[in-house]
Design a protein around this ligand. Structure first.
Ligand code: GLY
Length: 582
């Protein structure tokens, strides 16, 4: 039920200033949303909502939803625009994981659109001739790190399953922006300037991001006719137009022809690419079920383990300002990361103890390690129920802090949570068809063995690299109450877990939860976000025995809370995204 805004304001007894503000907000939702974000208030809506990393992407999604499209339709429009205006984070050349709560059936489906190692890849892909691991950026920049992209197939698959709108029309906003030009955002300009040396290494990439040899500046109008042409092929031919034919040819030429560091991706890899439906990984947490993406992502397993390890502790009573809360969260996270490093990889290639890692009795045993007062002196993987005649060596991987997250609720009650990536900022720095190609293969372990023992996440042909992406939907009594996720490489797990605890245990609204200063611990060092209240934890955590590092923590948490009173959206204040709803 909708009321004219001024009539509603008068009915609610609002002052004339407030009424005028509401009227202005109704005609300028982007400005209203930006103001809400600046004032740490959630955006409110009744029917639908989209939260994405750039106002133009949120707008594309909002227009689809307003016209009666589903969350899957809106995602297609949002992703196509993000690949243009936030090209450093995600796009057609990357991969993604998608969670779908179906408003009609109540079922959750998870889709794996992860990039895949070419058939010609070997476990020595990232080793030198003596078998030593390459330096990270030696591996990243060029064709070697490029896996078969999954995002175009995922967009098409989600649309085929759940879309109601015309596929080609959904790509229109991105095509129009690519042809008419869009303003380079402050974040894109800063990242281009900071990466100019690497972007200069590949001619197409240099021509696009460093026109005339100079980095794009904030506010420059950027056109991308090549991207528009690729989207037109997708519009008329569907995903096949990407995975075969001239677009596929140009990807293979760019990868194999990358100067200094060519890759082995071939036409057959593109032709055989498939989205995989995986079983959702759901973990109980107090009165909630926290559901997410299983392997090859470690996201839901790690988030579920951390929450499971904290079940026995009253975090609400302890509160967010108490260092004891952070000792528990930090060491629970270290324990989960130890298991992740040893056990989690692509289940199509290695058995992963998914059930065992979330088994309440296993977690109870691990949680006993948290009963002291100080930081755990050391942490090692546990022994979840599993065939332990299979030996895995530890293979921790970092995953870099690029990526993007999209949360959408539509007017049919569907909920979508999708994290999308090209891995490092600007991926492999190789471009084809107007988009950047991923460097996702560097999410594999560079070493294949340790002391003769194989590493689960080693490179193998056709395998998908382990991820930390954690698109999440939280349920209470069978109904979805929250969609959330973040970019941030291996920090994603900490960002999402903290926001969940902030919202569920500490009662923060979604905007406060995504904006809260970060404190996270993956591998022993406690990372505290500079310039935030998290810095105050430094001294008490050091007194407990933690090494502490203060620095930026550029999460990009995008959340929608779903309640009896409607929808509340939160967009991470560290990035440029907006929540738009109606
Ligand atoms: N490349 C980021 C991730 O998959 O976690």
């Amino acid at each position: 039920m909708r009321f004219p805004v001024l009539a509603l304001a008068a009915f609610c007894g609002l002052t004339s200033v407030a009424a005028a503000q509401q009227a202005a907000d109704a005609v300028a939702p982007e400005a209203a949303s930006a103001r809400a974000k600046a004032e740490a208030r959630p955006v409110l809506a009744q029917d639908w909502m989209v939260v994405a990393a750039h106002p133009l992407a949120s707008r594309a999604g909002a227009d689809v939803l307003a016209a009666g499209g589903t969350a899957a339709d809106a995602m297609v429009a949002v992703q196509a625009v993000l690949g243009l205006v936030e090209p450093q984070s995600s796009g057609l050349g990357g991969g993604a994981f998608l969670l779908w709560h179906d408003g009609e059936t109540g079922a959750i489906t998870t889709l794996d659109g992860r990039e895949t190692a070419p058939l010609a890849a070997t476990p020595r892909l990232f080793q030198d001739s003596a078998g030593a691991p390459l330096a990270f950026f030696e591996a990243v920049v060029g064709g070697r790190s490029v896996g078969t992209p999954g995002t175009p197939a995922l967009m098409a698959d989600a649309h085929r399953r759940w879309g109601r709108s015309d596929w080609a029309l959904l790509l229109d906003p991105a095509i129009r922006l690519a042809e008419a030009g869009f303003a380079v955002s402050p974040r894109l300009a800063t990242l281009v300037a900071g990466d100019a040396e690497r972007l200069a290494l590949h001619p197409d990439t240099a021509a696009y991001f460093l026109p005339g040899g100079k980095p794009l500046a904030e506010g420059d109008t950027l056109h991308n006719p090549a991207y528009a042409a690729t989207l037109r092929v997708l519009a008329t031919q569907g995903a096949d137009g990407f995975y075969t034919g001239p677009v596929a040819d140009s990807i293979v030429t760019a990868v194999q022809g990358a100067a200094d560091n060519p890759g082995v991706l071939d036409k057959v890899d593109l032709a055989i690419y498939r989205v995989k439906e995986r079983e959702a990984v759901c973990a109980p947490y107090r009165v909630w079920q926290v559901c997410g993406m299983g392997p090859p992502s470690s996201g839901a397993l790690a988030v579920g383990q951390i929450l499971g390890l904290l079940q026995g502790h009253d975090l609400t009573a302890l509160g967010p300002d108490n260092p004891e809360s952070w000792r528990l969260i930090g060491d629970a996270s270290r324990l989960a990361f130890a298991d992740r490093g040893r056990y989690v990889a692509d289940t199509d290639f290695v058995p992963v103890p998914v059930q065992g890692m979330l088994d309440p009795s296993y977690l109870q045993g691990r949680a006993a390690l948290l009963l002291g007062d100080d930081a755990l002196p050391e942490v090692s993987p546990g022994t979840p129920a599993f065939d332990h005649t299979l030996l895995w060596a530890d293979g921790p991987t970092l995953e870099q802090p690029a990526t993007t997250h999209i949360s959408i609720v539509d007017s049919y009650g569907n909920v979508l949570s999708m994290t999308s990536t090209i891995e490092n900022a600007f991926g492999s720095r190789v471009m084809a068809g107007g988009f950047l190609l991923n460097n996702e293969l560097t999410d594999f372990s560079f070493r294949s063995h340790d002391g003769g023992v194989p590493i689960a996440n080693r490179v193998e042909p056709g395998k998908r690299p382990r991820s930390s992406m954690a698109p999440t939907i939280v349920y209470r009594d069978g109904a979805p109450v929250l969609a959330i996720g973040s970019p941030g490489g291996s920090s994603i797990i900490g960002y999402v877990t903290q926001a969940l605890i902030a919202h569920l245990d500490w009662g923060l609204d979604v905007q406060q939860a995504v904006g809260m200063g970060h404190a996270l611990n993956r591998f022993g060092v406690y990372d505290l976000e500079e310039g935030t209240s998290a810095e105050a934890l430094a001294a008490p955590l050091q007194a407990m025995g933690y090494e502490v590092k203060i620095g930026p923590q550029t999460s990009g948490l995008h959340a929608i809370a779903i309640g009896a009173d409607g929808l509340q959206g939160g967009a991470d204040p560290r990035r440029e995204g907006l929540a738009l709803g109606n």
